[in-house]
Design a protein around this ligand. Structure first.
Ligand SMILES: Nc1nc2c(ncn2[C@@H]2O[C@H](COP(=O)(O)OP(=O)(O)OP(=O)(O)O)[C@@H](O)[C@H]2O)c(=O)[nH]1
Ligand SMILES: [Mg+2]
Length: 338
């Protein structure tokens, strides 16, 4: 299914049902009293996050979401039925904005949360309600109130613990593939990944963490070059970043430049991103001879970078890296129990 991460929809709650104007008409009771019942309340529109969805594609072809109106009241004091609420399930991680003011309204970052986004209109009153000692035959009833409506913008920012960043072809998707059950496309050309992929790393029987693989970033991405920054929002909620780097045919200096390039792009997009802990992951070490690899390792020892050397092909270094990610998330109290 197509990955869509932004959409605008209108939500409309149901109107309240009208109250009824009616008088008792029974044999032998010439002037029956009022017996018009109240209407029912209009249904509300409720939104909820679920992890069974991961795209907003379903919402592209429909723009109005409406809850049911309350039914009108009836004679014989019959209350109208309340309109049913409409529950809209959205992918977990969606943030909801008021489309007019751009104000953030809700953050669906937890499956247990649900929000009433527009409330159904209150029911109208039947004429029974207006009976008083001086007016025994009120000819008054009220209509239900209109349901609220709102135009909302939904932006999906996937929820993941670890975000993968790097130039195209660095091996981000290969890494995701090697640590999770995810099956992202991997190929020897740039921009193989066009939309984010999520993978769940099952660390033990009862613990997991989620890794997000996004399209490669190139110089100028923050200004719209390549696939641009469109997908960077998906790593904004991660707890840490891994900067993957293809080390084949590169000198130590090339690698340092590449680290800087990515850092600049992240920084231009959102300064918060570079406040995240970022580990450098040098990939494709199977393509280096031993001397070059140990030379590279030595050069990095003199730096402050938190660095790992891996190969997604022969799995070198992968276990150590995932163990350390797990320890980090656990230490930060961020590991999820399944
Ligand atoms: N030799 C070797 N090749 C690798 C390794 N990891 C990935 N590759 C290859 O590198 C190429 C790019 O890998 P991807 O995982 O698609 O890279 P990516 O970073 O996801 O690329 P984009 O999605 O374009 O940003 C593929 O041909 C992979 O097979 C590795 O450890 N060693
Ligand atoms: Mg990829």
């Amino acid at each position: 299914m197509k990955f869509i991460d932004e959409t605008v929809i209108t939500v409309r709650a149901g109107n309240g049902g009208s109250g009824c104007l009616s008088f008792r008409r029974e044999k032998y009771i010439p002037f029956g009293g009022p017996d018009g019942g109240d209407g029912g309340d209009g249904g509300s529109v409720i939104i909820k996050g679920t992890d069974t969805l991961n795209t907003l594609a379903d919402f592209r072809n429909k723009s109005l979401y409406k809850a049911e109106n309350g039914k009108s009241g009836g004679s014989k004091n019959k209350h109208g039925r309340n309109g049913e609420d409409l529950i809209i399930n959205l992918p977990l991680g969606c943030v909801i904005y008021d489309n007019e003011s751009d104000e953030e309204l809700y953050d669906l970052d937890d499956e247990s949360k649900s929000f009433t986004i527009v409330k159904g209109g209150e029911h109208g009153y039947g004429n029974v309600r207006f009976k008083t000692s001086t007016n025994r035959a009120p000819r008054k009833k009220t209509n239900g109130k209109e349901g609220e409506f709102k135009e909302i913008k939904i932006i999906l920012k996937v929820l993941a613990d670890v975000g993968l960043v790097g130039l195209p072809n660095a091996g981000k998707s290969s890494f995701l593939k090697s640590v999770s059950m995810a099956k992202p496309k991997v190929a020897d050309y740039e921009f193989t990944t066009l939309t984010p992929n999520l993978g769940v790393v099952l660390y033990s029987d009862y613990e997991k963490f989620v890794v997000a693989d996004i399209p490669g970033i190139i110089e100028g991405a923050s200004k719209g070059v390549g696939l641009g920054i469109r997908f960077l929002k998906h790593i904004s909620r991660t707890k840490m970043l891994l900067n993957l780097i293809d080390c084949s045919f590169k000198t130590y200096e090339d690698i340092i430049k590449e680290i800087d390039k990515i850092k600049n792009e992240l920084n231009s997009f959102d300064e918060e991103l570079i406040k995240k802990d970022k580990w450098i992951v040098i990939n494709k070490i199977d393509l280096l001879d031993e001397e070059k690899l140990s030379d590279l390792k030595n050069r990095f020892k003199e730096t402050d970078f938190h660095v790992y050397f891996i190969s997604t092909v022969n799995k070198a270094g992968i276990k150590e890296l995932t163990d350390n990610i797990y320890e980090y998330l656990k230490y930060e109290n961020r590991i999820k129990e399944i």
